[in-house]
Design a protein. Structure first.
Length: 462
């Protein structure tokens, strides 16, 4: 991310902070695109199929479940690539006018799922291809047993994608409404560090008490604090570690008002996310929770991961010139990622024997991703902006501005108007000035070869 943030947009020449400021509202627009009523059956379908395949995996059908998850992911990804064609969009989106308005509500609901047929047919095609390659009689031999561990290993990738994508969004939020660019002396960081620590610690304590109350823990405040002393120690340790790693970048940012504001906001927001992820790991480890609540949390986390991954791909600042994702295919590409993510969770849950262990592992990976990103985002954003401003200063010094050109033109015009006779009046010479060539006798030019006697005969000998 740090290299991407530091790169100014070549097309418009924006600085990294200006580019980040334009990304804050794009998340809401993407959510509206993903939750359109015209494509709602696709969202219902992923909930139904993912739940059914997860149950199959838990009942010993891991290879078959992984095969179907991968096929669905490939089918929706290919659907997204074809979404630029009007015909494909008509097959995968409901029309604006309800063609079955005269039918009953149940019938209209069933007919709305017809838009899922095209990606499901493509998924069936990819399933046949995979069976032909790695099935029992496949061209590559029986390799079906490799699918579950392969899909499980992708869970780390999805967790890193979630952390990086959400980090990008937090950086855009931190860059909004910054103060003016005012140079100042590098100051102490104690005040901002103390304020951030108080906010993080109070919020962590409040959330811990809320989750203890939801779990029905009948203990006093003192006993809860003593029973979770390890949690509070870890929160303090994570805060000290994060702010220590980013100290050099924060010290550099304190030299300017807008840099300092961005650094303080980014560190506070990212540290709150680190604390939240660690709190989730802690409550899964030490607080007994309802199984239904865990399932709901996993569904919310999956939806959140999909949204953040698609936002990271469609974001103006971070996408490449090869625009794979846009508003037309954001949903099918997001669903392709969702099926792959759900498949990874299902496969990993069968290996770790409990979905809570999977969620704990995912939150730990995201937490470490944020710790890795914190100093790099600051260094890249602030350093990239300073580099761009240094280039701008050099260009401004080398090329005169329009106002300077106008002032020079006015001065030369006034000088010409005030002394109109200066061009015809020869400049006065002082006596002290030496004339060029005053020692030369111009009246007696020296003739070349004047001393040669031309009367002498010169005899040429053969």
């Amino acid at each position: 991310m740090e290299g991407e943030v530091a790169t100014t947009t070549a097309s418009d020449g924006m600085t990294p902070l200006q580019s980040l400021q334009q990304q804050e509202s794009s998340l809401l627009g993407l959510v509206r695109v993903l939750l359109r009523g015209k494509t709602l059956p696709h969202l219902v379908m992923i909930l139904l199929l993912s739940s059914g395949l997860h149950l199959l995996a838990m009942n010993g059908q891991r290879a078959f479940s992984a095969l179907v998850f991968l096929s669905l992911s490939c089918g929706y990804l290919f659907t997204g690539l074809l979404s630029g064609f009007d015909t494909v969009r008509r097959w995968t989106e409901l029309p604006d006018a309800d063609e079955s308005a005269e039918s009953g509500r149940a019938k209209r609901l069933m007919l709305s799922f017809r838009i899922c047929l095209f990606p499901l047919v493509l998924s069936l095609l990819f399933c046949g291809i995979l069976i032909g390659l790695i099935g029992g009689q496949g061209a590559l031999g029986d390799r079906m047993g490799l699918l579950p561990p392969l899909l499980s290993s992708c869970f780390v990738i999805w967790a890193v994608v979630q952390g990086r994508s959400f980090g990008r969004w937090l950086a855009s939020v931190a860059a909004s409404r910054l103060p003016l660019e005012e140079e100042r002396e590098m100051g102490s960081l104690r005040r901002s560090e103390t304020l951030s620590f108080v906010i993080v610690f109070l919020l962590a304590t409040t959330l811990l008490l809320v989750f203890e109350a939801l779990a029905g823990t009948a203990m006093s405040l003192g006993s809860i604090v003593v029973g979770n002393i390890g949690f509070f120690a870890a929160v303090i340790g994570l805060f000290l570690l994060a702010y220590r790693l980013a100290r050099q970048a924060r010290l550099q940012a304190s030299a300017r008002a807008d840099f300092s504001a961005f650094a303080n906001r980014w560190m506070l927001l990212s540290q709150l996310l680190i604390t939240w992820h660690f709190l989730t790991v802690w409550r899964h480890f030490s607080i007994n929770q309802n199984g239904g609540f865990i399932i709901i949390e996993e569904l919310v986390l999956m939806a959140f991961t999909i949204v953040m991954a698609i936002w990271g791909l469609t974001s103006r600042t971070y996408r490449s010139s090869f625009n794979l994702v846009n508003t037309e295919n954001a949903l099918p590409v997001g669903l392709a990622f969702g099926y792959a993510y759900a498949g990874s969770v299902a496969m990993l849950a069968t290996l770790l024997d409990d979905i809570k262990n999977v969620m704990m592992a995912g939150h730990l990976v995201v937490m470490m991703t944020f710790l890795w990103m914190q100093p790099r985002v600051l260094a890249a954003t602030i350093g990239g902006l300073q580099h761009a401003e240094n280039i701008r200063r050099i260009v401004d010094d080398a090329v005169p501005s329009e106002s300077e050109v106008e002032v020079e033109a006015d001065d030369s015009g006034e000088a010409t108007a005030s002394d109109p006779d200066e061009e015809t009046t020869p400049p006065e010479t002082t006596e002290e000035t030496e004339s060029i060539g005053e020692d030369v006798a111009w009246s007696e030019p020296e003739v070349l070869a004047s001393e040669v006697d031309w009367d002498d005969e010169i005899e040429l000998v053969d």
